[in-house]
Design a protein around this ligand. Structure first.
Ligand code: FES
Length: 158
């Protein structure tokens, strides 16, 4: 009699133990799926910020990083370095500028272009080659400027 009660007790606890991990697994799957879009959009603005406060020329993680060769940037267009999340523009021949490539609307990376502005593929925003300001919405804020150094054909982050 006692042995039967122990078996029933063990069987009952085993069933509970099996049921709990299944529920936990379902919960974690839902949680990670919901977290991914948040994680991909959150780092984008913070990735753009650390490379900017290097105005005194001191060594920062982004300083000196190669962004593009000058020949890769079309006159009247832009070249996106996706790894650095920086877009380099050449509004007029020999005049180079750079901005964060993270769209100020919802954080997509803008695209390389030779069509006179900086396009975002996600919702159609377009930004000025001169100053990164929005020339077409839905974005309403300018792309953050990035200081660069042009040395011959090499464009690096200042
Ligand atoms: Fe660029 Fe929406 S994220 S237009």
């Amino acid at each position: 009699m006692t042995a039967i009660n122990r078996r029933r007790a063990l069987t009952g606890s085993a069933a509970i133990a099996v049921g709990v991990p299944v529920l936990a697994a379902c919960g974690s799957d839902d949680g990670s799926t919901a977290t991914d879009p948040t994680e991909s959009s959150s780092p984008s603005p913070s990735d753009a910020s650390p490379s900017e406060p290097s105005s005194d020329g001191t060594q920062t993680p982004g300083a000196g990083a190669a962004l593009a060769s000058a020949s890769a940037v079309p006159v009247g267009g832009c070249f996106v370095n996706a790894d650095a999340k920086v877009v380099v523009t050449q509004p007029t021949e020999g005049d180079f500028k750079a901005f964060s490539a993270v769209c100020t609307h919802q954080g997509c990376l803008v695209e390389s272009s030779s069509e006179g502005d900086i396009p975002c593929p996600c919702h159609g925003s377009r930004f000025s080659l001169e100053d990164g300001s929005p020339v077409n919405g839905p974005a309403t804020a300018a792309l953050a400027a990035v200081e660069i150094t042009v040395d011959g054909d090499s464009i690096t982050e200042a």
